[in-house]
Design a protein around this ligand. Structure first.
Ligand code: BDP
Length: 716
């Protein structure tokens, strides 16, 4: 009896734990039970069975997803039916009866090869919901869309939905090493278990692919940009192939990072000179070898001549020489090269913010057709806030791919709650003026401005082997939001937050409304307590965790925070106007003119472009010093508000996620205060001004903050 009881209670506990942690693992694909009777009736009346036209692995996973969702929504299967009223029909265009194809002609004209149509039609004389597209992947995307409609509790009536991605290559960049450490990864180790591949295929690989396909991500770069040439050996290609096979039904191509010196390291050649015939042949052979195993291999991502990585400059050759050589190797197989523009040199005295532009603009129009130049959103490095990268307005004849960082290297790791789609949106909406007014960054990267044939958006992944994938439960929203914006860079970040909240937690408006507001404000909050008013790169060294504005002893000048804030008794900020580095000249005239005076520079970029005296009078009539202090204080107070908002949400969230977020918010609050106190104590030495009365007495001295060490911070 006792034993039975013990077994039972252990089982209950196990199930409870499992169902809770499952909530994190299932990401936004929770498919919460539909409890509203009306809604349930609507769904079950409209869809009473499923019919699949044709046969393919992608159609199979579409059908499987429907079943998974049905079990979860309604606790039952969706029966397969051959004919009848109210069935859901899945099939691509050429599988539809001729007449239906004809009727839908104009609908099909609205979508591209990955697009989908969800429409109520007569199929074999019956009322039917049809999910179709020009490809099986289109059908899969359509299936996820229908399920999203249901997760959002939208009624299924008069369905007439169509949608297509606006960007072609929607790619996650994993900075994962072959030893499973993840550069700038804060959610555990790499999910790729290289040691056990290709023989052990983990369910995580499939769930990763499902999650990505559900938001339209269609590519994954498996390895770190600081690349290891080992991944290009036969042994590893087999491992990569195994992953590619799992991802293929979900429409996800694999890519690898190519270390430029691989012909030397792997091929025994004496050089990696891109104009050397042997080297060129080596890359062609390598591409042939990879494509023989992985016919839909995407291509290579390359970090060259950047932060110590080898590249064409080592041989006196240009970035174009390097990129085009690789492009030639993958072109016969339909592959592409994503060549990174994240290039700066310690030997170059020019402002780091200017260097990529100086390096690449002269090559505009010279890259091969299958090269995308991958440009970070800002000219420095994934800061909490940066003006858009001037390259977006300066290379009209080169396909430019956006690179965002989803992992929070400079934004509090997986500890701080920050909703990044707000940051991404801000960049995408900026006007470059490259083709006159309204030449937004979004239009540059989706190709509409200059009719570019190849388009892409990359996001540095925040995924690891933590049970909930991203460490912070809200980190999932950044992965989700990246995918949504890569599909449609014009999406509103508020809509993204709302979708994610409903799909991940609950549709209850009392939860969704306040949480949405909190997420939308979270990015500005972090800017306030870390780098207000255009300050940037004042994090501690190496790991970049916490404040370190005093750091000045690193070997490369542009790695030191003092290089970026230039605080002295005369003032603070980086003069990038004509009296300083003149980085402003890299922007179109309307921006350069507007930002050349501090009076007309948006306050959010003030110290990015200007070095200003501490008593500079700002728009509100107060001094710069006063405003800086009040931003830091507001940041802290806003985190306090976040903790309060979250505390009111307990009834809507499972215990496990509730507790975890509560604790993380407490850490965030502690660290926001750390940022405020350390930065204000440091800058006060130069401002020589009183701390405004609203700033509480700092908990510690400046020396204390300077001496803090975190040798084992994750991500390096
Ligand atoms: C910096 C990171 C470094 C990356 C580099 C890059 O600190 O780890 O390797 O960017 O993007 O932000 O290549």
């Amino acid at each position: 009896m006792k034993l039975k009881k013990l077994i039972l209670s252990t089982l209950t506990l196990f199930l409870a734990i499992n169902s809770f942690s499952q909530k994190g693992y299932d990401l936004w694909l929770q498919y919460n039970k539909i409890t509203d009777a009306q809604l349930q009736k609507n769904y079950l009346n409209k869809i009473q069975g499923i019919k699949i036209l044709g046969n393919s692995p992608t159609l199979n996973v579409s059908a499987e997803e429907m079943q998974t969702a049905w079990k979860s929504f309604f606790g039952k299967e969706l029966p397969e039916k051959n004919s009848g009223e109210n069935i859901l029909v899945l099939g691509k265009m050429d599988q539809l009866p001729q007449q239906l194809q004809k009727n839908l002609k104009s609908d099909f004209e609205n979508i591209n090869s990955e697009g989908y149509i969800i429409k109520e039609v007569k199929f074999e004389g019956n009322n039917t919901i049809l999910i179709t597209g020009k490809s099986h992947i289109g059908v899969l995307y359509g299936s996820f869309r229908l399920l999203r409609e249901m997760q959002l509790h939208n009624k299924l009536s008069n369905l007439d939905i169509y949608d297509s991605s606006k960007i072609q290559k929607r790619v996650l960049n994993h900075w994962d090493n072959l030893d499973r450490t993840v550069e700038r990864g804060y959610a555990g180790f790499s999910i790729w278990d290289w040691h056990l591949l290709p023989d052990l295929i983990k369910p995580e690989y499939t769930n990763y692919a499902r999650a990505n396909a559900s938001i339209g991500i269609n590519g994954t770069v498996l390895t770190n940009v600081n690349a290891n040439s080992l991944v290009l050996t036969e042994e590893y290609i087999k491992k990569v192939k195994a992953l590619a096979e799992v991802f293929r039904p979900y429409g996800i191509q694999v890519y690898l990072t190519a270390r430029f010196s691989s012909p030397i390291e792997n091929g025994g050649l004496e050089t990696a000179d891109p104009l050397n015939e042997e080297v060129r042949q080596w890359w062609k052979d390598k591409a042939d070898q990879i494509y023989a195993e992985i016919p839909d291999f995407g291509g290579f991502l390359v970090k060259a001549n950047s932060e110590g990585q080898p590249g064409p400059n080592n041989y006196g050759r240009s970035h174009v020489d390097g990129a085009n050589m690789l492009a030639e190797a993958v072109a016969p197989h339909g592959g592409i090269i994503m060549w990174r523009a994240f290039v700066y040199s310690e030997h170059d005295p020019e402002d780091r913010a200017k260097q990529a532009y100086s390096e690449f603009v002269p090559f505009d129009g010279e890259f091969a057709d299958n090269v995308l130049l991958q440009v970070k959103n800002g000219a420095i490095d994934f800061q909490p806030r940066e003006p858009f990268h001037p390259l977006f307005g300066a290379m009209p004849n080169t396909p430019l791919m956006m690179e965002f960082q989803i992992t929070q290297e400079y934004l509090g790791f997986a500890t701080h709650l920050v909703f990044l789609p707000k940051l991404f949106e801000e960049t995408l909406e900026e006007d470059t003026y490259v083709n006159g007014e309204n030449s937004t960054v979004a239009k540059v990267i989706d190709g509409t401005l200059s009719n570019k044939k190849l388009t892409g958006m990359a996001g540095v992944a925040n995924i690891g082997n933590e049970r909930n994938w991203t460490g912070h439960p809200f980190g999932q929203a950044n992965w989700y939001g990246f995918g949504r914006l890569a599909w449609d860079p014009y999406m509103d970040s508020g809509d993204i937050a709302e979708e994610w909240l409903k799909m991940t937690f609950t549709n209850n408006e009392e939860f969704v409304e306040p949480m949405k507001e909190m997420m939308l404000e979270s990015r500005e909050t972090v800017v306030k307590y870390m780098t207000p008013l255009g300050l940037h790169h004042i994090m501690r060294t190496g790991h970049h965790y916490g404040p370190g504005p005093w750091v000045s002893n690193l070997s490369r000048p542009e790695w030191n925070p003092v290089y970026y804030h230039k605080a002295d008794s005369a003032g603070v900020g980086f003069d990038r106007t004509s009296s300083g580095s003149n980085a402003l000249e890299q922007y179109a005239d309307p921006i350069a003119e507007k930002y050349s005076s501090p009076e007309t520079t948006p306050e959010k970029y003030l110290l990015w472009f200007h070095h200003l005296p501490w008593d500079y009078e700002m728009k509100n009539g107060k001094t710069l010093w006063y405003n800086m202090a009040s931003k830091y204080q507001e940041g802290v107070e806003e985190v306090e508000d976040m903790t309060e908002t979250w505390n009111n949400m307990e009834q809507y969230v499972d215990e496990e996620r509730f507790e975890k977020v509560s604790m993380l918010l407490q850490i965030q609050l502690k660290e926001a205060k750390w940022w405020r106190d350390a930065c204000l104590l440091y800058f006060q030495q130069f401002s020589n001004m009183e701390m405004p009365e609203f700033i509480p007495e700092p908990a510690h001295t400046l020396e204390y903050y300077k001496n803090l060490k975190t040798p084992y911070a994750p991500g390096i």
